[in-house]
Write a protein that binds this ligand. Structure first.
Ligand code: 5AD
Ligand code: SF4
Length: 448
């Protein structure tokens, strides 16, 4: 990951990469064809995989271009307004293709599908099927499969290819952050039983999965029958060769979990812990439930447990009421925490959230300046921290095999993204010397 942007997805996607299945483009001329476009977070990537499985079972060949598809599924994100604007652009383009007789049916799924706005979109763009986040299984019936009732599909194959898999351990969110639409569109928290998760991981590992990412909107809030997230993480780390989790909430993050990250060999030493603001006043307005000092203390525990580990966060600039002083405190926190990367978001008012109606709207010009100031601070830190890795030898997990340029994309045990010169296939490990570093990635050449 190690990327910094105002346009990043809801739960950041770890590495820039093609959507799963992109390598498997089928010839569009025979049989039914479908195209799935995914917007937003890893939960959506995972849901798309579930839908991909359904369309394949229904006899559709997957294609990458809208013009080759009979059915187009847009699996959408609602977390910021620009995400909606982007989807509207795609819907307009699909209407044009429909008029030309190319695309036949359009389905809108995911978080926009779960929001009221989907009704207006359905009418405006003549959408054939709208599904929310809790009923994606209804796609089965739409594509001609027997009706399904399950939310989880344990037999789901790895999602980034056979070597890596996402495993959803909880859905929804019980928080009510002032700015966030997620609780409205994803509902309240539902946690899966520990045994079911471990069984799924065992099944995936037996099938060749080398890297498991535990997913949830507030993954560390997971609890079930007296067990807490750390119990689940430890259980998974016993059966998976490599494990990571996202996305966490500071109020749920236990010291025990932070120590486990450092102690357990199979856990990637990489923590994504969204802070949102460095100002206690703003944290209160946002209903985050912690103060900056508590966040700093947790970071201290993580840095001690995993000194080489990587730390990333989410920050919102320009939330209504944010003053210059609040902003200064965010800059100070960013400096103190020395993040390895961050997703910086300009506040985007979402209808139905508390912040959309709050006074103290920050002007675009001020938001832009604050955004750039936070960005500069983050990038300087990230660059400095990455420079420290130069000259070292790292064991790198190959996530995506080499492109024509000969560079594969991998990840160190401390969670750094690395471009590495190797022909080794995805899922394998290579040892490599880090030769240079930018703010977002390390560059290495393969040694053996
Ligand atoms: N405006 C800007 N950023 C937002 N996020 C969530 N809702 C909004 C919004 N309305 C950001 C938060 C969250 C990340 C997934 O998206 O930083 O952690
Ligand atoms: Fe949204 Fe807050 Fe829940 Fe995260 S914890 S999904 S920001 S409401």
């Amino acid at each position: 990951m190690n990327s910094t942007s105002s346009e990043t997805p809801a739960a950041p996607i770890p590495l820039s990469r093609k959507p799963p299945g992109q390598g498997r483009t089928h010839a569009p001329s025979v049989g039914k064809t479908a195209c799935i476009r995914t917007f937003g977070c890893q939960m959506n990537v995972h849901d798309s995989d579930r839908m991909r499985r359904m369309i394949q079972d229904a006899g559709y060949a997957e294609v990458q271009r809208y013009e080759d598809a009979d059915l187009v599924i847009l699996n959408t994100c609602y977390v910021r307004e620009n995400a909606v604007d982007r989807v509207k652009g795609h819907l307009g383009e699909l209407n044009r293709l429909r008029r030309e007789g190319r695309v036949k049916k359009v389905a809108l799924t995911g978080c926009i599908g779960a929001a009221d706005e989907s009704r207006t979109l359905q009418e405006t763009y003549n959408i054939d099927l709208v599904l929310g986040t809790h009923n994606t299984y209804e796609l089965a019936e739409f594509v001609g499969l027997p009706t399904m009732r399950e939310t989880y599909t344990p037999e789901l194959p790895g999602t980034e290819g056979e070597h890596s898999a996402f495993v959803t351990i909880m859905t929804g969110c019980n928080y009510k952050c002032s700015y966030c639409i997620v609780p409205t569109v994803r509902g309240r928290m539902i946690c899966r039983p520990l045994d079911g998760v471990v069984a799924e991981v065992e099944h995936l590992v037996a099938g060749g999965t080398k890297y498991v990412t535990l997913l949830g909107q507030t993954v560390d809030a997971w609890r079930h029958e007296g067990k807490r997230f750390c119990d689940l993480l430890e259980a998974v780390s016993e059966v998976a060769p490599r494990v990571w989790f996202t996305t966490s909430h500071p109020s749920n993050m236990e010291d025990r979990t932070l120590r486990a990250i450092g102690e357990r060999d199979t856990i990637v030493k990489r923590l994504h812990l969204p802070v949102q603001s460095g100002s206690d006043r703003m944290l209160k307005v946002m209903h985050r439930g912690y103060k900056a000092e508590r966040y700093r203390r947790k970071i201290g525990v993580f840095r001690e447990a995993a000194p080489d580990g990587t730390l990333s966060t989410d920050i919102i600039v320009g939330h209504p009421g944010e003053t210059e002083e609040d902003h200064e405190q965010t800059l100070k926190l960013v400096e103190d925490c020395e993040f390895d990367s961050a997703y910086i978001f300009k506040f985007s008012p979402r209808r139905g959230t508390e912040a959309a109606d709050l006074p103290g709207v920050v002007s675009d010009a001020v938001v832009q300046r604050r955004f750039l100031e936070v960005l500069r601070e983050i990038e300087q830190n990230a660059f400095k921290r990455n420079q420290r890795k130069v000259g070292g030898v790292e064991e790198i997990f190959v996530r995506h095999g080499a492109t024509e340029s000969g560079k594969a994309i991998g990840e160190t045990w401390s969670g750094h993204a690395v471009h590495v010169d190797t022909a080794a296939p995805p899922g394998s490990y290579v040892r490599a010397t880090i030769e240079s570093a930018g703010p977002h990635v390390l560059y290495a050449s393969h040694m053996n």
